[in-house]
Write a protein that binds this ligand. Structure first.
Ligand SMILES: NC(=O)c1ccc[n+]([C@@H]2O[C@H](COP(=O)([O-])OP(=O)(O)OC[C@H]3O[C@@H](n4cnc5c(N)ncnc54)[C@H](O)[C@@H]3O)[C@@H](O)[C@H]2O)c1
Length: 375
């Protein structure tokens, strides 16, 4: 099969990473790059002089392409993806998929009508650390999950069109959606802006996954130190993914509590503490973005549904939109009507590389807490 001919739209901070990875992917060749900013195009030309450079999508769509990868600001994802899908191209969109749920739904519909692959670059899902975490959870080593605690803070690059949740939380929300299979029930968020723009630069987001499983996300552009860590705590063991630990990014802790076996012990809350081994599973080398590019290409070649398809992108956008709505309501809890779009075992349909199939974590249905909800 001929290589898939890819055009890259948006060559700012992230676009060059897509150029590099689609150039080295054996199934694809980058034919052209597009950016509305002439200085960015000129800079790309210094490193990749063989690529055709065009200043507008109109000109890009005159070329013979099979697919595009879009790495432009979030507000432009929908209009650009729409044009490319209408032209019959397969589309990869940077995270988050779209700026609103309505846009995400329209993109999914259009991709289906056109019979084209629509995929979101939720990069972490293709990295070996997260695949290792997923395997450990799916094998039941942690037991029943109790909570997820995620912290992604730094002196961040302030964005002028999106708040810190839309900038940073797509990564962590996508990871948790991938681990749990998209069963978020409700969300509440608290955030604050410290500049005249009014754009929140710090936020705390809480998502209720039912079955006594809660997930909390702290995202922040104002932190003096960089932390990128997720704790997955279970009834048997707990796990920490620390992205900044290059040699041992995943550690499993055989630590936790044991509640008394008898009814009387439980009644008296007799809890004993376990403090066992800590071990660090082997995590293979390899760049997540390279695996992501390969997966997109394989899905095009095989007519398969990507792991991070439009539905996954939609679920993340739904959480982002609801979190921002909750902030405006002083942290009011927003119910997530995911029945309208959630596909329980959706990922299992993915047939691309065969490597990225999800085995939804099995959790027994527990008592669901009633709570006051914004509708
Ligand atoms: N997957 C990841 O880990 C990751 C990391 C960083 C950014 N991103 C995502 O990548 C996207 C871009 O982010 P960035 O930080 O590179 O932004 P950026 O502002 O640095 O770059 C965007 C580029 O798009 C160009 N552009 C804007 N509108 C255009 C249009 N209509 N046609 C052609 N070019 C246009 C701009 O001139 C600019 O060069 C965002 O969606 C962001 O969330 C993903």
């Amino acid at each position: 099969m001929d290589r898939i001919r890819v055009g890259i739209i948006g060559c700012g901070y992230w676009g060059p990473n897509l150029i590099r990875n689609f150039s080295s992917c054996p199934l694809t060749e980058v034919v052209a790059v597009c950016d509305a900013n002439a200085a960015r195009l000129e800079s790309i030309g210094r490193n990749w002089s063989h690529l055709k450079r065009v200043p507008s999508v109109d000109e890009l769509l005159q070329l013979s392409l099979d697919a595009v990868a879009i790495a432009t600001p979030v507000s432009t994802h929908f209009p650009l993806a729409k044009r490319c899908l209408e032209t019959g191209l397969h589309v990869l969109v940077e995270k988050p998929l779209a700026a609103t749920v309505a846009e995400a739904l329209a993109m999914i519909d259009l991709a289906e009508q056109q019979n084209r692959v629509l995929m979101v670059d939720h990069t972490y899902l293709f990295g070996n650390p997260i695949r290792t975490v997923k395997r450990i959870i799916d094998e039941g080593e942690l037991g029943d999950l109790y909570y997820v605690d995620s912290v992604r803070i730094n002196l961040g690059l302030f964005q002028n069109d999106i708040n810190v949740i839309w900038d940073l939380a797509p990564h962590d929300l996508a990871i948790v959606e991938y681990m749990l299979g998209g069963e978020a029930r409700s969300i509440s968020a608290w955030g604050c802006a410290h500049t005249a723009s009014g754009i929140e630069d710090i936020a705390y987001v809480n998502v209720d996954y039912g079955d006594r499983l809660m997930a909390s996300f702290h995202v922040n552009w104002l932190s003096p130190v960089k932390v990128r860590q997720m704790i997955f705590a279970g009834s048997l063991k707990s796990l920490i993914f620390n992205e900044l630990n290059a040699t041992e990014p995943v550690k499993v802790y055989d630590r936790g509590i044991d509640v008394g076996a008898s009814a009387e012990e439980r009644q008296r809350l007799l809890v004993s503490y376990r403090s066992g081994d800590v071990w660090s599973p082997h995590v293979g080398a390899g760049e997540a973005l390279q695996a992501m590019a390969m997966h997109f290409a394989e899905c095009i070649r095989d007519g398969a549904t990507p792991l991070s398809d439009g539905q996954m992108g939609l679920r993340v956008v739904r959480l982002l939109e609801s979190a921002t709505r909750s902030i405006r309501a002083q942290g009011g809890r927003v119910v997530l009507n995911h029945g309208a779009f959630s596909h329980g075992d959706h990922y299992a349909r993915s047939g691309g590389s065969g490597e990225f199939h999800s085995h939804r974590a099995e959790r027994t249905a527990g008592a669901q807490r009633p709570h006051s909800l914004l509708r």
